[in-house]
Design a protein around this ligand. Structure first.
Ligand SMILES: Cc1cc2nc3c(=O)[nH]c(=O)nc-3n(C[C@H](O)[C@H](O)[C@H](O)COP(=O)(O)O)c2cc1C
Length: 208
């Protein structure tokens, strides 16, 4: 890791034209060279209407110039926070590469067609799990297992599971994206793209 801290800086001239294109480069490296267990795991921080923060890990399932998409339960704590306050922060902790990416932006629900298309790609057991769990509510393990067993009996393997109405995606449209590269002597590189009103991006360097 020390070698990596020394070898790989991040200069303004190295950056792609958009933060999503730059993210795609780093994500590819994280997936292939990063020795990371789940490079698409990211920490989603939300705040409720009173400004009280909470955070949790979720999996990034899709990204493009429109934003970064994850799927969850729309009755969960995070989703209730986002209904009251759509401002969100995403953090990719790519520690083995001495890198992190921090995105801030605004979260909106994905359309039902997009959600349904993704739901169909999930394993049968995960589809049942989305129905069985009232995410973020207090539950007894026995009740959770019983709910799953009921659903597994109703929808055996091979039978199509309907998309739960309380389940779907959020797309985070980025407003700022910071690329952090660890360097020697704590003189890290921090380059942040900031969205401009005309749709272009300004890049600024932050002190480490
Ligand atoms: C590696 C990892 C990946 C996860 N991926 C997801 C995910 O994609 N969607 C999700 O709703 N929860 C995911 N979870 C569970 C969340 O961290 C969290 O427990 C759950 O979403 C409830 O959060 P909330 O009560 O703050 O809303 C994941 C957890 C871990 C550790």
């Amino acid at each position: 890791m020390r070698q990596q801290y020394r070898a790989e800086g991040l200069a303004e001239d190295d950056l792609a034209a958009t933060p999503v294109a730059q993210f795609a480069r780093w994500f590819r490296q994280a997936a292939t060279e990063g020795r990371l267990f789940e490079p698409n795991a990211m920490i989603v921080a939300t705040a409720d209407a009173e400004g009280r923060p909470s955070s949790r890990t979720v999996l990034l399932k899709h990204f493009d110039e429109q934003g970064f998409v994850f799927y969850t339960n729309y009755d969960s704590r995070k989703a209730r926070d986002l209904a009251a306050n759509p401002y969100v922060s995403l953090l990719f902790p790519w520690h083995p590469m001495a890198r992190q990416v921090i995105i801030t932006g605004v979260a909106r629900r994905t359309g039902r067609d997009e959600t349904a298309a993704y739901f169909r790609t999930r394993p049968h057991g995960s589809q049942l799990g989305a129905w069985a769990s009232a995410q973020s509510s207090v539950v007894a393990r026995a009740d959770l297992d019983a709910a799953y067993a009921d659903l597994a009996a109703r929808y055996p393997e091979g039978e199509q599971v309907p998309v739960p109405p309380h389940w779907g995606g959020f797309r985070v449209a980025p407003r700022t994206v910071e690329f952090w590269q660890g360097r020697e002597n704590r003189l890290h590189d921090r380059l942040r793209y900031v969205a401009q009103p005309d749709g272009s991006w300004r890049v600024e360097r932050l002190a480490p």
